[in-house]
Design a protein around this ligand. Structure first.
Ligand SMILES: Cc1ncc(COP(=O)(O)O)c(C=O)c1O
Length: 390
């Protein structure tokens, strides 16, 4: 067992702070370590495993497709890809074209290229605290300097405005703005939901000035917040919607949904070798079927409200705020949360942080009420710990 950790530590590029826990299997909202010890997963691979681990329908779809045809460049039409394209563009009325890629950051890169191409403008406005990815375009829209430092110069034309501040957005968007990109609930930045007024104002401001509105739903998509996409809480249709993470049940995939206002996309302007590969398409079709047939968005809404209410009812003095939407939950503490996340792991719960002072819970949407109660009981104990001396 030590050997596995040593091998990874020896050969990793070094971009990840490795845990000393070797996870080998998952089922539903549970993960199991190499000794068979069970953990409740409140991270879902950073918001990927919305349908839970070890889903038999998805495994079967992957197996069948793998033994039929895995790869086919998108210039050649295919039954599985066509089915997925038809399905995914039915999820948001008005967004009826899709560009398929392989990750969140790739979908954001594509969105920026399409926005510049479509408008002939250069400027992109993002929000403070935003996280949109780590490649050069998406990193230029990401706000926190911890991700940006050491990599400058970034892409020109990007600026940031205060989130949930209509006046700031109104001032910033001009007739030279290609696009405004917003997370509907900021994830990495600390689990901050947008207000309905803000998202609706963003739509109006973009319309007035001819800019495109990009909703980054990479973390909030596919039921995570209690709707298929979070922006559907607010009755707003973006021009471009980026998604990835949970789209294909854990198989890498990204997608960019496009409205009629996005123009000038012609053969050759963008592309991806693996984009739209059939393994990912089959996995995504099966995943979307599970999300819909098990009504996971509705489950997320109800369970999320239950979870937050239970945490609030603990009345922990060190908790400043419990917030979120659906099963995207942030517990803002008065002190740094790293020791609490570690202590939760000792209680067999895998959680995330979002910045220094927020514990982030992103469990699979199939988490049971019994598991939620178990997590709440652990939180009751762990969050009462004395904060570590600075
Ligand atoms: C809102 C948002 N956008 C973009 C990304 C980047 O996605 P990926 O890690 O797949 O490149 C993330 C990842 O956490 C995200 O949460």
């Amino acid at each position: 067992m030590q050997n596995i950790i040593e091998i990874e530590n020896k050969h990793t590029a070094g971009t990840y702070a490795k845990q000393s826990l070797i996870i080998v299997r998952g089922q539903g909202a549970s993960l199991f370590d190499i000794d068979g010890v069970e953990y409740i997963d409140c991270a879902a691979g950073h918001g990927v495993a919305n349908i839970g681990h070890g889903n038999a329908k998805v495994a079967e779809a992957i197996y069948k497709q793998a033994s039929t045809l895995i790869t086919l460049f998108e210039t050649f039409p295919n039954d599985k890809r066509a089915a997925l394209m038809e399905k995914i563009t039915s999820l948001v009325p008005g967004l009826d074209r899709v560009f398929l890629c392989n990750s969140g950051t790739e979908s954001v890169e594509a969105a920026f290229k399409f926005a510049r191409l479509s408008t002939g403008r250069k400027n992109i406005i993002a929000a403070m605290r935003a996280f949109h990815g780590r490649t050069y375009g998406s990193l230029s829209a990401t706000y926190n300097k911890k991700y940006r430092e050491g990599f400058e110069p970034l892409v020109p034309g990007f600026s940031h405005v205060a989130y949930n501040n209509i006046e700031a957005l109104d001032k910033a968007v001009t007739e030279e703005t290609a696009a405004v990109i917003l997370e509907v609930v900021q994830g990495e930045g600390g689990v901050y939901p947008a207000t309905a007024e803000y998202i609706q104002a963003a739509r109006r401001i973009c319309d007035e000035r001819g800019a495109l509105l990009i909703a980054d739903e990479i973390q909030t998509g596919f039921g995570r917040t209690g709707q298929m996409f979070a922006i559907q809480h607010f009755d707003v249709t973006p021009d471009i919607l980026t998604c990835a993470k949970s789209i294909a049940g854990g198989v890498p995939m990204g997608a960019v949904l496009l409205g009629k206002s996005v123009k000038n996309i012609t053969p050759g302007v963008h592309g991806s070798t693996f984009g739209g590969n059939l393994l990912a398409c089959a996995a995504a079709l099966a995943t979307l079927d599970v999300i819909e047939s098990e009504e996971l968005p509705r489950q997320s809404l109800v369970k999320g409200a239950y979870f937050r209410d239970k945490i609030r009812a603990l009345h922990i003095p060190g908790v400043r705020e419990v917030r979120g939407l659906g099963l995207m939950i942030g517990i803002e503490m008065k002190q740094k949360v790293a020791p609490y996340v570690k202590a939760l792991q000792e209680h067999k719960i895998i959680a995330l942080n979002a910045g220094m002072t927020v514990i982030r819970l992103l469990p699979p949407l199939v988490i049971t009420y019994e598991q939620i109660d178990h997590v709440v009981n652990a939180l009751a104990e762990v969050l009462m710990m004395e904060p570590e001396a600075e």
